[in-house]
Design a protein around this ligand. Structure first.
Ligand SMILES: Nc1ccn([C@@H]2O[C@@H]3COP(=O)(O)O[C@H]3[C@H]2O)c(=O)n1
Ligand SMILES: [Zn+2]
Ligand SMILES: [Zn+2]
Length: 244
């Protein structure tokens, strides 16, 4: 069986009808959690899963809807399951994640660095990292917030999973036309100006051949009103399992 994906949530940062945009990626051998936001603990619970069902977590960037659940993950793994979970992360995010997000809550006797809470495995741009026999990941830095690094994912050289990002049509076209991309999971902002995200209108400006590869995620509570208005692009549904 190939890769499968189940979104823990498909909502944007302020969505209340949808959990944070975090994904469970099922490989042939393990379960990888892509981002671990504030709502990840509740969403996992609703799926009947525990933290022990997660083999590793990968972080795209440091916003609460993507990292806000890491403190509970680390504490439960240490004190309930007696394990140090694997964390895949850009080498550029290690210091900010610890110093600016986790240290205040996680820091205590025996946990003085990110490496004390997690088995840290560094990801580097331009380098393909083998997760297991069935999954390889390359991080691609994509613009989101000035001064805050954010990394989209290229999985197995054929699936693009966007981090929060501003519209990057040239990157999407290059991936599809020159790098064998056949599937795109893309964040979308349905209303208002993009500023730090990609708007639906921007995605609609792409050629149909690219749009037909796109599934939409990280959307707002108004998603249902946009059914039928997204051309070839479909909204991902949280908790449904999709073959990749
Ligand atoms: N310049 C900015 C910066 C942030 N934001 C909002 O803050 C959210 C943080 O999480 P996110 O998922 O990246 O979405 C961001 C915007 O909604 C925004 O709307 N404009
Ligand atoms: Zn977000
Ligand atoms: Zn963000």
């Amino acid at each position: 069986m190939g890769l499968r994906i189940q979104m823990l949530g498909t909502g944007g940062a302020f969505a209340k009808r949808y959990f944070n945009n975090n994904a469970l990626l099922y490989t042939e051998h393990q379960t990888l959690l892509i981002d671990c936001g504030v709502t990840a603990p509740t969403s996992l619970y609703q799926l009947g899963k525990t933290w022990a069902d997660i083999d590793a977590v990968l972080i795209t960037h440091i916003h609460a809807d993507h990292v806000g659940g890491l403190e509970e993950f680390a504490f439960q793994m240490k004190y309930i399951y007696q394990q140090r979970p694997v964390l895949y992360i850009s080498e550029q995010l290690v210091q900010p994640l610890w110093e600016h997000t986790l240290k205040g809550g996680l820091g205590q006797d025996g946990i003085e660095r990110l490496e004390d809470a997690f088995e840290v495995r560094l990801l580097r741009e331009g380098q393909v990292t083998r997760i297991d026999d069935s999954l390889q990941v390359e991080i691609i830095q994509t613009p989101h917030i000035e001064g805050k690094k954010s990394y989209s994912l290229y999985l197995n050289g054929e699936i693009f999973y966007s981090a929060d990002m501003k519209f990057q049509p040239a990157l999407l076209q290059e991936l599809v036309r020159e790098r064998g991309c056949r599937r795109i999971y893309h964040e979308v902002q349905l209303t208002g100006e993009g500023f730090v995200h990609t708007t639906l209108d921007e995605l609609l400006s792409l050629p149909p051949a690219i749009r037909s590869q796109i599934s939409l995620m990280h959307y707002g509570d108004e998603m249902e009103q946009f059914q039928g208005k997204t051309a070839e692009m479909e909204f991902l549904r949280q908790h449904e399992i999709y073959d990749l």
